[in-house]
Design a protein. Structure first.
Length: 136
């Protein structure tokens, strides 16, 4: 049975779609990491302030002015509708764990992306060879 460039081209298209999905997942994960980093920065700013006015980010570049009266505890979402009261240090540790997990996920996605890109290169070369064979 003769190998067909069309078969390889279909595989290349499938791999390109997988790469696009990986890129979208990576973008989503990066946005979550940014959100966690902003939350960590806010907690660090709360640690430095005993009293006074602060701006609390609520997302979308919007801030709410508030009076700070020595914040020592915050509520941290632990997923699945579970919220736990933690001290500021514990909240930062939770955020750091989440950030590290997401960064590891990003690394794995990047490795997958690279493997798929390499496979596309191999398949593209095979298509070129088949086309050259048909010409010659």
């Amino acid at each position: 049975m003769e190998e067909s460039p069309d078969t390889y081209l279909a595989m290349i298209e499938m791999y390109r779609e997988q790469m696009e999905n990986i890129e979208m997942q990576s973008t989503y994960i990066k946005a979550i990491i940014d959100d966690y980093l902003k939350a960590k920065l806010t907690i660090e700013n709360l640690e430095k302030r005993e009293k006074g006015e602060i701006l609390i980010p609520i997302g979308g570049g919007v801030f709410v002015p508030a009076k700070c009266e020595g914040v020592s505890k915050v509520l941290v979402s632990e997923g699945a509708d579970v919220v736990i009261k933690k001290d500021l240090k514990g909240a930062k540790e939770s955020l750091d764990r989440n950030i590290n997990t997401l960064q590891e996920n990003l690394k794995q996605l990047s490795e997958m992306h690279e493997k798929i890109r390499d496979r596309i290169g191999e398949l593209s070369e095979k298509v070129r060879e088949l086309i050259e064979e048909r010409k010659g």
